[in-house]
Ligand binder design. Structure first.
Ligand code: AGP
Length: 610
């Protein structure tokens, strides 16, 4: 995780670095720092525990200037968040370095370096790199050669920005296993963990490839590939907008993002429908042709994106009659899975940079899948560059760590995928038209669900003093319950579990008492009566129920049962609708608890380390 920014320019780069860090703060926010080489060719550094604003405040009290610099916002992996562990790390005032990733052989390297007299001041794995570069410099006398050498010694994942006072106009950038882009300016170059960080200074980007090392001066950029051959990498013009997302009057980004779901959904549908049917090849060139061959689908993702995949599996088997397996990326990548013929691999990711999902995609590309498809919210991400087929959700920049609009737009994308596949496997035009109609009415229906906010806010007060909560659902509502539980624990720090309601009596019922609120999603479908029986089991044990129900579900407020009766007629898109009240519930519980909603403790928006 962590975010890296760096710059080599004719002008002072400190404000560019700070702005870059602000824009990367979603990647980690437990400490931050920046360093430059100043006019006296001395390395100057400022570091804080806490957020980028605290770094900006500290820096403004003791400012310095420099035309070459590196900066970092941290999400701790090795060593607790504090100043000594914050990057940049420096060795003997000669080399400074920022790192995103994990060095796996750091223990062995550290012992060797200590035996050679090098000092360690932090608990990070990063310090072995900066010390190793320093040591290699004693031998090689050239920063690039020293970095080449060190990259052969370290193993793990790393994006690096490195500078040294022995060569004060130079910045070396390394990409291996963690993302890094180069921004191309006029007589200046920048590096960053993503494009968004650099949009205020350039629209032109070079995406480094795996194993690349870039040697950057103000007027020259040379890139070496993993075999250390000089290579040309093309310049891409970004179409992203530099505007920093603002809260548009909402108290938190998360609330703004919850309320922007109707727009995000209609943007995601735009140009994907044609004459009340699904447009052709919306998943990429010849995707419809590929879909005719599909016998099964494998979906791989993490967290919220995994939950969207679970819902898609219900749809795919029910609507298209195609077998579907869904797996957590960190599991998939380390086991020998059996891949049957003509299986489509689908990875889902908001960021397109999640390390486990990215590794799963790379593995899938070697494993004989029919094709690979990435469903992603970031156009210029590693995943969209790597997959054979790509579908971009159009949720817009999601700032809140707790994913909301990315989830519902993923579901829209997945529903479009299921219909597109089903079309190639005998779905009638009439059924397709009905599903498209449901999709087209979705923005309006989601908007309607948002109107229950006040009612949900009132319920949220009951949760503020609770330590545990249980979420129940059946069928495609089970992943909705899982997502509701994840949202609540992420931002309000209440321990929340989710269960298939039918599983209750097989164990979790033992937990139920008056202090364990039980939340259920109850659309008016074929499972409603079964669910009602499960809810009776809770009430009979003194459990307090909070049910989000269709107004026709006949679930009314009574002793021990609070029902939010919603206008939410059932069709396949119901999981999207029923997600909304659970997002609002988690949000309002967190507000009452005074939690840091957009940047919850211990988490980062984009998990770019294992
Ligand atoms: C969701 O609220 C989470 N913050 C998290 O589970 C997230 O969905 C997960 O890390 C996957 O991220 P991705 O979609 O960017 O791959």
């Amino acid at each position: 995780m962590c975010g890296i920014v760096g710059a080599v320019a004719e002008r002072d780069v400190t404000q560019i670095l700070l702005e870059g860090l602000r824009r990367l703060e979603y990647r980690g926010y437990d400490s931050a720092g920046l360093a430059v080489i100043d006019e006296h060719q001395t390395i100057q550094r400022s570091r804080v525990k806490g957020k980028v604003q605290e770094l900006a405040d500290t820096f403004s009290e003791n400012p310095f200037r420099g035309r070459v610099g590196i900066a970092h916002t941290r999400w701790a992996t090795h060593g607790e968040p504090n100043v000594k562990n914050a990057h940049p790390h420096i060795c003997r005032d000669i080399v400074a370095l920022v790192h995103n990733g994990i060095i796996e052989n750091q223990e062995t390297l550290k012992k060797e370096l200590i035996s050679k007299g090098l000092e360690f001041y932090s608990d990070t794995d990063t310090e072995v790199i900066v010390n190793s570069v320093y040591l290699a410099l004693q031998e090689k006398d050239d920063l690039l050669d020293a970095v080449f050498k060190v990259c052969e010694q370290i193993s793990g994942s790393y994006a690096l920005g490195i500078m040294s006072k022995i060569d004060p106009d130079r910045l070396i950038a390394v990409r291996k296993g963690s993302p890094l882009v180069i921004g191309v300016g006029v007589g200046e170059y920048f590096i960053a963990s993503d494009v968004f960080a650099l949009l205020p200074v350039t629209q032109q980007f070079i995406f480094l490839e795996e194993g690349d090392i870039a040697d950057i001066n103000r007027d020259q950029l040379i890139i070496y590939d993993a075999k250390r051959n000089k290579v040309e990498r093309s310049i891409n013009i970004s179409r992203l907008n530099a505007d920093v997302a603002d809260k548009s009057g909402y108290r938190h980004y998360m609330l703004k993002e919850i309320f922007s779901q109707p727009v995000a959904i209609s943007d995601t549908l735009e140009k994907r429908l044609n004459n009340k049917l699904i447009a052709n090849n919306i998943f990429g060139e010849q995707s419809d042709e590929i879909f005719t061959k599909i016998k099964s689908v494998k979906i791989v993702a993490c967290g919220t994106s995994y939950h969207s995949g679970l819902i898609a599996a219900y749809w795919l088997e029910e609507i298209a009659g195609i077998q579907c397996h869904v797996e957590i990326a960190s599991e998939f990548r380390y086991r020998n899975s059996v891949i049957s013929d003509n299986t489509l691999f689908v990875c889902i990711s908001q960021s397109g940079e999640t390390a486990d999902t990215l590794a799963a995609l790379s593995l899938a590309k070697q494993e004989g899948f029919l094709s690979t498809l990435a469903i992603c919210n970031v156009a210029e991400s590693s995943m969209t560059r790597e997959a054979d087929l790509v579908f971009l959700t159009k949720a817009g920049h999601e700032v809140g760590v707790a994913s909301t609009k990315a989830f519902t737009t993923q579901l829209v994308a997945l529903y479009l995928l299921v219909i597109s596949i089903a079309k190639q496997h005998g779905l009638s035009k009439a059924d397709e038209a009905k599903m498209v109609e449901d999709l087209q009415s979705l923005p309006g229906r989601v908007n309607h669900m948002l109107q229950y906010e006040d009612e949900i806010k009132t319920l949220a007060a009951d949760f503020a003093d609770k330590h545990h909560a249980l979420f129940l659902g059946r069928g495609s509502m089970l992943p909705v319950a899982m997502e509701g539980a994840l949202k609540l624990k992420e931002i309000s720090y209440i321990h929340a579990e989710s269960y298939a309601a039918g599983e209750l009596k097989h164990g979790p019922l033992a937990l139920v008492d008056k202090d364990m609120p039980v939340i259920a999603v109850a659309p008016n479908n074929h499972l409603l009566e079964k669910l009602k029986s499960n809810l009776q089991e809770v009430r009979a044990r003194g459990g307090r129920l909070y049910v989000f129900a269709d107004r026709h579900s006949n679930l009314n407020n009574s002793d021990g049962l609070e029902a939010v009766q919603m206008e939410a007629d059932y069709d396949h898109t119901a999981p999207i609708l029923y997600t909304i009240p659970l997002q609002l519930l988690a949000y309002h519980v967190a507000v009452i608890k005074g939690a840091d909603i957009d940047q919850p403790r211990n988490l980062a928006k984009s998990v770019t380390v294992e």
